[in-house]
Design a protein around this ligand. Sequence first.
Ligand code: G3P
Length: 219
Amino acid sequence: MQLFLDTANIQEIREGVRWGVISGVTTNPSLAAAEGIGDSGSYKAAVQEIADLLDGPISVEVVSQDAAGMIAEGREIAEWIPNPWVKIPSTAAGFEAISVLSRDGIKINQTLCFSVNQALLGAQAGSTAVSPFVGRLDDIGQEGMELVAEIVSLFRDYQIDTKVLAASIRHPLHCTLAARAGADIATVPYKILAQMAQHPLTDAGMTRFLADWEKAGSA
Ligand code: G3P
């Protein structure tokens, strides 16, 4: 399973890329707003800065609600950087936009997916990846990871090559479970990436190795 960083924060992306563990980045209007980005010009500049840091796909979301607007925005975003995935919501207008943009050869990250049926529709329309939102389903008392597992299993059965991208990841266990469920990608906030690297026994082991080493050196 590949890991993408779910952030528009350039420092976080720089750090993740330095670790050599990040294959892509996902952004959305809320993540952009958290960095003070609120218009298409500054979103473009931020995305171009991110693209200078890594070759992998960078997901950039449209804000139009209607198909014509999404298609126009998607075509524009596709020109911003070398490896864009245009994020389109799982709505009727979204499926129309996905089918048009995918036929143009533009890669699509179908976002805000909350059901198997939305995933099936997106795959038929030509989504490159579909993003089930795990944490937001958990929030309403539904097991979000079950949706990931169900989509993975159906896509395998029907040999659908749309990737399954586990999103709305809220804690490190979500990441482990997404990998077990067979997700192709999980997109994680930086805080969770950092938590994934940590284990108290690793820290304790390093302390003990160092203490033994110093004791032997001073004997
Ligand atoms: O990848 C989608 C993500 O940004 C949404 O996460 O935590 O707002 O549900 P969250």
